[in-house]
Design a protein around this ligand. Structure first.
Ligand code: C2E
Ligand code: CA
Ligand code: CA
Length: 702
């Protein structure tokens, strides 16, 4: 198409009407807002109902001027936008491509991606620009609460900017104890705090960009030269927030001379943050402190790693942690855990060095070395325990390597071991978009009977239905849910439900991080298959495993047997209390439930006990999300709104709320139901409501 149009033609046909019809039609096919800017006259016409969302001052022809448009642009973004439009007006560029925030009718900022192409006249002067304003293009890149860009956008910006960067800083700001603040003052207060910090940081002139990278983390790109400048910013933030909270801040130089890529940089930032917290919160920590230089200067440590890899993995070694069967505590498997002793900085922990290995992909050769060493060790131990298993951790970086399956098979061949002795542990941080890719790896590995365990279950996004579809062999329930389980009814029920779901789907369940006999006694009432934790053993050297489990003559073996006796004694003393409320509830048809909801993650779960399952007429195992849907879909239509409103209300009250509503029972038809519930817990992104449920229609009173 010839994009050049004669001035004459334009004068004859008003340019806006010339393009209006096709744009009008096109706008019906997209959620984006299309626009046509007459550059010369500064008349802008929108297609699509932009004024429904933003309070844009538009005249009866659907047009306005740049000035009027700028009024709904976030003040911090106006300059960038105006500069770009000026460049276009002066003919300096033919394409417009910037991101900025518009303020919507509720006063919230919404990031939009705005793109346009300029059409020039025959003399080469810019005449009009046609383009689109899209919210969708950036929807996955910002945080809906603060309207700031998120971690995805930060990493993609660093990727572009880093190569040219020699100066400036990146800081990461964390609110200390946000969860506790949420608990004491309520979620709304915590949200306000996040918004306050966001706008404080945005007002600091030397911070050129602010990102809301994770729930309680803000990152800022700071255009200053010295550490002292950063200290000033930190104390300004602390002073401004002193009434409300304390903060911890990590800072590092934004320079390609120090960091090779965006992942290394962000990982280092988080490491500095975790160090800052180790020193107690309320602090500011710089990357360049000597202590860091030694430990995590990626350059020197990475060189050391590379050298180790070339040098037959010198410095790397494995510890093994037993996984025992529940109730008889036989050694079922050992988990191989990687360790590293650095020549320059001594012993370093996996939480520190694994991210570094991952960022350089060195984890791939190291991981295969781990696999081989662990398999050979298992082979040796199988002389004593015939069916011993070995569990090896694989991170997503390792699994994404295109040769991973053939490499694993090759190591099996080299060590002359069968796949069925091997369990591969994968954290559940496999992104949802990676599901099909992940499923195909699993099915490849299954060809040689390798088993798959989902590590740290409960901490990420996966739900039980997802695991059932994926043919997982084992779930490792994270220590976060096990810790103090005897005091936490929510965790207890969650673990109980997970284990029972696993059982019905023939998935093995393992409880991680069991430290006390009390925790063990509570867990065992749900009969998990496997237990792992310091209560039995910390990660050990191979000789220690041999002595404790395979050499009946050794002192360690005898100590272990003594310990098992003491444990049995303890359990018999604390065994079932005679008063069992569960039976009473069952006999009186009172079902117990927990609703776990996250608006942010779009998750609604209903966890129920066996009685509730029976009285709701559920005849097969449902996942908590399926269960929620089952319950909710059966509320009589005209009551659904009432229930939804009250569920929201409960989350703001510290009281028990009672609801009565008609519910469509699968076999009994419509019944009246009464539910009493109360908010019991707020976690970072979740609220938890607990309560009981009974059917009123069939209760016989005497
Ligand atoms: P993980 O796979 O969740 O490993 C379990 C971690 O929990 C280990 O930490 C272990 O020492 C610790 N642990 C076990 N029982 C208890 C307990 O009762 N209480 C407490 N507080 N902690 C307990 P470790 O060895 O520091 O490993 C940290 C993480 O590093 C591992 O978490 C795993 O994700 C990763 N990792 C370790 N070795 C490898 C490896 O060879 N390859 C890969 N990709 N990752 C590895
Ligand atoms: Ca693991
Ligand atoms: Ca784990």
């Amino acid at each position: 198409m010839n994009r050049e149009i004669s001035k004459k033609e334009l004068l004859e046909n008003d340019i806006i009407s010339h393009y209006a019809t096709p744009l009008d039609i096109l706008s019906q096919t997209t959620d984006d807002y299309l626009f046509l800017l007459d550059i010369e006259k500064d008349v802008n016409r929108f297609f699509g109902d932009i004024s429904a969302e933003f309070s844009i001052d538009i005249d009866e022809n659907g047009t306005n001027t740049t000035d009027k448009f700028i009024a709904v642009v976030h003040p911090n973004d106006r300059e960038v936008l105006l500069n770009d439009i000026n460049d276009i007006r002066q003919g300096k560029k033919d394409f417009h491509n910037i991101d900025y925030r518009l303020i919507n009718k509720n006063g919230k900022s919404v990031w939009v991606s705005c793109r346009g192409a300029v059409i020039r006249d025959l003399n080469g002067n810019p005449l009009i620009m046609i383009g689109r304003i899209s919210r969708e293009a950036l929807a996955h890149m910002y945080n809906p609460l603060t309207g700031l860009f998120n971690q995805i956008k930060l990493l993609s910006d660093i990727k572009i900017e880093l190569p040219q960067r020699k100066s400036g800083y990146i800081i990461l700001v964390d609110i200390d104890d946000l969860s506790a603040i949420n608990l004491t003052h309520g979620r709304a207060y915590g949200d306000d705090l996040l918004i306050t910090i966001a706008s404080l940081m945005e007002k600091i002139p030397s911070i050129s960009k602010v990102y809301h990278t994770e729930r309680n983390y803000f990152a800022g790109i700071v255009e200053v030269e010295t550490d002292d400048n950063i200290r000033e910013i930190y104390s300004f933030l602390c002073d401004s927030l002193s009434e409300k909270c304390t903060i911890t801040t990590a800072a590092l130089p934004y320079s390609s001379e120090i960091f090779s890529d965006e992942d290394t940089l962000y990982n280092a930032l988080k490491l500095v943050m975790s160090k800052a917290k180790d020193n107690g919160r309320r602090s500011l920590k710089f990357y360049k402190d000597e202590e860091f230089k030694q430990k995590i200067t990626s350059v020197s440590l990475l060189e050391e790693f590379q050298e180790s890899v070339n040098n037959n993995f010198e410095g790397f070694y494995l510890n093994y942690q037993p996984q025992v069967t529940s109730s008889d505590y036989k050694l079922f498997s050992v988990e191989a855990l990687l360790r590293y002793t650095s020549k320059s900085s001594g012993r370093i922990f996996p939480d520190e060095f694994i991210p570094l290995l991952e960022s350089t992909k060195l984890i791939i050769p190291v991981g295969l070395w781990v696999l081989k060493t662990a398999l050979l060790q298992c082979k040796e131990w199988r002389k004593y325990i015939r069916d011993l298993h070995i569990s090896v951790n694989f991170s997503v970086v390792q699994l994404r390597d295109k040769n991973i399956v053939s490499d694993i098979f090759r190591v099996l061949d080299e060590t002359d071991m069968n796949g069925d002795c091997l369990t591969i542990e994968v954290t559940e941080s496999i992104p949802a978009d990676g599901k099909s890719w992940f499923i195909s790896i699993i099915s490849e590995l299954k060809k040689r009977n390798i088993q798959i365990a989902i590590d740290d279950f409960g901490t990420g996004y996966s739900n039980l239905g997802y695991l059932r579809d994926m043919e997982i062999d084992e779930i490792k329930i994270d220590r976060m849910f096990i810790k103090d389980i005897e005091k936490d009814t929510y965790n207890y029920r969650l673990v109980e439900n997970t284990i029972s779901f696993a059982k019905t789907n023939s998935i093995r369940s393992c409880c991680e991080g069991v430290e006390t006999p009390k925790e063990l006694a509570f867990l065992e009432s749900s009969s998990p298959d496997i237990i792992q934790g310091y209560l039995f053993d910390k990660p050990c050297f191979p000789e220690e495993i041999y002595e404790s489990y395979m050499d009946p003559e050794s002192a360690k073996y005898k100590t272990r047997i003594e310990f098992l006796k003491a444990l049995a004694e303890y359990k018999s003393q604390t065994s079932p209390i005679t008063f069992n409320p569960k039976n009473i509830l069952r006999d009186t048809n009172v079902g117990l439930w927990i609703i776990r909801t996250s608006h942010e993650k779009g998750i609604n779960e209903l966890h129920i006990d066996d009685t509730m399952e029976t009285i709701m007429g559920i005849d097969k195992k449902l996942t908590p999300s399926e269960c929620y849907k089952f319950w909710h879909d059966r509320i009589r239509e005209d009551y659904a709104e009432y229930i939804n409103e009250n569920l929201l209300l409960i989350t703001t009250l510290d009281k028990v709320v009672q609801l009565e509503y008609p519910w469509n029972h699968p076999t009994m038809g419509e019944v009246m139901v009464r539910s009493n519930g109360k908010l019991t817990k707020r976690e970072d992104d979740f609220v938890i409501i607990e309560g009981y449920h009974r059917i009123l229609s069939n209760i016989k009173t005497v």
